[in-house]
Structures are given as C-alpha cells and as structure tokens.
Design a protein. Structure first.
Lengths: 416, 91
C-alpha cells in the first residue's frame, strides 16, 4: 500500500478500515541469500538497500526483540555531517544526502527536519578548532558557517552568553543538520524492505553462527536454524557477544550512554545546540519536550541504565548554557548500550571469516549514520568489497595504524 | 554505583577513574605486532562479570582491580592491584 494524500482522504471517508499492516510477520524460511542480524535502523537499512540497490531480496532481518527496540529507540535523534577527518566526512555527508531524500524514497514520513546543528565555543582555542572543522567540512563540499556571538544571539537569545566561566563567543553552524523521528526511521526502512520481499523476523535471537571451512553457512536462532550464503552483523552494543559466536574478538567495548527528556514547553530551542565547554547537546521535539544528553558513563556496561554522577554533570551543563532550564522538570531518562570502538569511528568491513560481515563501532553517533551505514554495508555485502565511502572504516586499521581518531584520544573507548 | 576501596572504604564511583579490562597482560617490548595489537586494541567485553582497573583519583590514588557485573553494575569485590597480583589479601 502506497501512502499518499489521496489514500489518507479516501480512508478517512471510509472509516479507516482499509489500512493494512506496514510489514508482514512471516515464518522463517530454511535459508536466505543474506541474513542480517539486528533489526535496528542500521540492519533494516542494510536490508532495504540490499534489495533496492543490488536486487538482493532473498534477505532476512533477525531481531531478538521487536524492531527498533535497541538504540534506534534510545538516542537523541540528531542528524549532521560536521566531521573533521577524510575517512569520516564523506561518509556522513552521504548520509545527510540520503536523509534529504529519504521520505520520498521510502514513501514514509520520517519527520526529517533540517533545523540546523550549532556547536558553541567559549574560548579562542575552541573557536580555532571550530574554524578548522568548518574548513574541513567545506573542503568536502559540506555547508558550514562560523558565527560570532551576535549571530548566535540572534538565533538563540535565551543562552547564557555572559556566563562568567564559559561565555559564549560564537558557534559553528551546519544548517543542513537537524533531527529525524527515530521510530519512523525504523518503521520506514522496515516497510520499505518488506515491500521489496525482505523477511523481518522478530523475537528471533541468534544463538550461534555456523562456519564450515572458513566460510559462514548460517545461524542458529531461537526460531530454529537458518541457512545463509552471507551474514551481516549489525548489533551495536552486543557486537562483541555475537562476534564471539564466530570466534572473533573485536576492538570494541560496550558502554552505557544516558539521555533525558524534559516536560513539554512551548517552542524554545529552534535547532540542535551543543555546548563546547561541557559535553551537552540539546534539541526540542515536536511534542515540546527538550531532548538532551552528554557523555557516556565511562565504564563497561550492558545494563541499559546509568548512574547519577553523569546525570549531575549533564544537568550542570544545562544550567551553565541555559539557566532557565532550572525550573523545568525532567520526565524521562534512559540508557543505551554503545559499541565504543578503539578510535571512536565505526567499522563497516568484511571479517576474517568468508561471507561474514561486520557493522559496528558506532560509539554514540550511530543514529545520523543510519541510511549511509545501511547503504555502505549493503554494498560491502553484495560486492564482497567496501564502497569508497566506507573504505577507511576497516577492521584491520588497528593493526595497520590507519586509525580514524576524530577526538585524538588514543585507544581509550571511554574518552571518545 | 559505590566502590569498596580497600584503603578508604565504600565511596561513590565519581571519585574513581576507569581504565578498562584488568586481565590483558602487557607483552614484552620485542613481542610481535600481533601480540601488541591484541593487547592494545582487542577486548573480551563480557556481558557479565568483568575484572577491571579503576584508580581512586579523588581518594588514596591507588589503582584497584574491581570485580563488577556489567549487566547489573553489582560490585563483588575490589583489591589493590598489588593484592590482586600477589594474591596476598593483606597490604
């Protein structure tokens, strides 16, 4: 069923009895050409682009819970491509370009809103760093504007510009950045993949990966064995556990990241604003709640909940940047399990096992990458070779030294 | 999350800084590239009991080996690294 204004009007007149489920709930087949493990945004996007770009539709997406129940539903919905290093920037810009056409492509309203992403700075050094990043973006053909304090004040007058310790001196603005509706992204890719013949198998947890003669042959699941010519692992915070089923050890640690939503208020924060003095990013949902977060907690965790010191640090950063928030109540917080890589950048690559592919290491920046991650992973699986856009996101870069270390923090996952 | 420092008693985790897995053993200086790669970059990353290095930076500044469940954050023990390596409970 294609969604359109005319369909909406016709269903409204007919009492909305004609709507059908957006995707099927099929029984697992004995075997598929490609099995994608993980029914989050990245996994569903991978299946969608396998079918759309490469004509491979005999594909299953296996999800242990319900689709989008992991980090796809546990993020702050920010999209942007303001990266510094060559191995990253072209990839994330491709993602922004896919976001820009996504709703027409999927025939689904993902509520992509290019309301701008503004990174504030408070010191000369951070202004220099912002200028360098902006120049790197523009060299890749990406929009970036360096704003002074007056320009920032015109856009966001409610910020604490004259904070004694962290005065706001300006910001780096990417107008094409913004937010998207996270659940709709999952549902849109699921529906798009399903319409092209992909089987989405929920409540189907992978319990083993079968390998014969150095080549993957299928997976064991809670719904029985499923044969596969190729298997792609897209399981975010659980990458180490699933890869261990194939005998692999990864350069990944799982960490918990918390995020917060306030009670709904009238339109206030028009765009995404990040605070350079402390780690804070904040935007306002269309329902009115302020959505914000900060650093990861900093220790290994699979618990999907964090601790109070980070809550305190995030609230302090809110008060430094936006003191009016002191009167606002936080109504909800949650934790997600991040696949923190050793250099802070992702891995989209083949594995040492034939027919087994890895998509991991998103740290806490995976949401914005959803379309490009699926697009590049689909290419890598279909062609058994990476696309130019993910050519630097190799698994063996930790051995060769060709790291993509945006933060310059070294092999310390809790510092990225 | 509160960590039972063997020197200072039970303290909030914000007094400590985290390094990571305690079990990887530093290879010899002339060990192979593969051995160094494994030591620097690869992790078991268990969902369950993890032995990990924490430093009590805002306390006694000693390095500790903390045994903690990554699924629940429950801490079952903390030893000074000297204790942990020598197996000697007294220090």
């Amino acid at each position: 069923m294609t969604y359109s204004f005319f369909r909406l009007a016709a269903e409204a007149l007919r009492g909305n009895v004609g709507w059908t489920p957006a995707w099927r709930d099929p029984e697992p087949k004995r075997a598929y050409d490609v099995v994608v493990v993980g029914g989050g945004g990245h996994g569903l996007a991978t299946a969608y682009y396998l079918a759309r770009e490469h004509g491979i539709s005999n594909v299953a997406v296996l999800e242990k819970g319900w689709i989008g129940s992991g980090n796809a539903g546990r993020n702050t919905t920010i999209i942007r491509s303001n990266y510094l290093l060559p191995g990253n920037e072209a990839f994330y810009e491709h993602s922004i370009q896919l976001w820009e056409g996504l709703e027409q492509d999927l025939n689904y309203n993902a509520m992509v809103s290019q309301r701008g992403v503004l990174n504030l700075f408070s010191t000369d050094a951070s202004r220099d760093a912002a200028a360098r990043r902006g120049n790197a973006m523009r060299l890749h053909g990406v929009d970036a504007e360096l704003l002074d304090a007056a320009q920032v004040r015109a856009m966001h007058p409610y910020l604490d510009f004259d904070n004694a310790r962290f005065p706001i001196k300006g910001g780096l603005l990417q107008r094409r950045g913004g937010t998207a509706r996270h659940d709709a992204v999952v549902w849109g890719f699921a529906r798009g993949a399903d319409r092209r013949g992909v089987d989405i198998l929920q409540n189907c947890e992978v319990t083993g990966i079968n390998v014969a003669n150095g080549h993957v042959t299928g997976v064991e699941t809670t719904r029985g064995p499923i044969g596969a010519g190729k298997v792609g692992l897209v399981v975010a915070g659980h990458s180490s556990r699933v890869a261990a089923m194939a005998g692999l050890r990864l350069p990944i640690e799982s960490h918990v990241l918390q995020a917060f939503v306030s009670e709904a208020v009238k339109p206030l924060v028009n765009g995404v604003v990040t605070f350079g003095a402390e780690h804070l990013y904040i935007s306002q949902s269309d329902k009115g709640g302020l959505v914000f977060g900060g650093d990861i907690d900093g220790y290994n965790s699979y618990a999907q909940r964090g601790n109070l010191p980070v809550v305190e640090a995030v609230m302090e950063a809110c008060m430094a940047m936006l003191p009016m928030l002191g009167r606002l109540r936080v109504v909800r917080s949650w934790g997600g399990i991040m696949d923190m890589s050793m250099d802070g950048s992702p891995i989209i690559d083949r594995s040492p096992i034939g027919g087994l592919y890895l998509n991991t290491g998103w740290c806490y920046g995976g949401f914005k990458a959803t379309p490009a991650s699926g697009w590049c992973f689909a290419h890598t699986i279909a062609k058994d070779a990476p696309h130019q856009l993910n050519a630097a996101m190799r698994l063996d870069r930790f051995a060769t030294g060709a790291l993509i270390d945006e933060r310059g923090a070294g092999p310390t996952p809790n510092k990225h | 999350m509160r960590i039972p420092c063997p020197h200072c008693g039970e303290r909030g985790s914000e007094e400590f800084s985290y390094l990571g897995a305690a079990d990887p053993v530093r290879p010899a200086a002339d060990a192979s590239i593969e051995a160094w790669h494994d030591y620097v970059y690869l992790r078991d990353n268990p969902a369950g009991v993890n032995r990990e290095l924490w430093q009590h930076v805002r306390g006694c500044r000693r390095w500790l080996v903390v045994t903690r469940d990554t699924r629940s954050h429950a801490i079952s023990g903390a030893l000074d690294v000297v204790q942990a390596r020598s197996g000697d409970a007294a220090i």
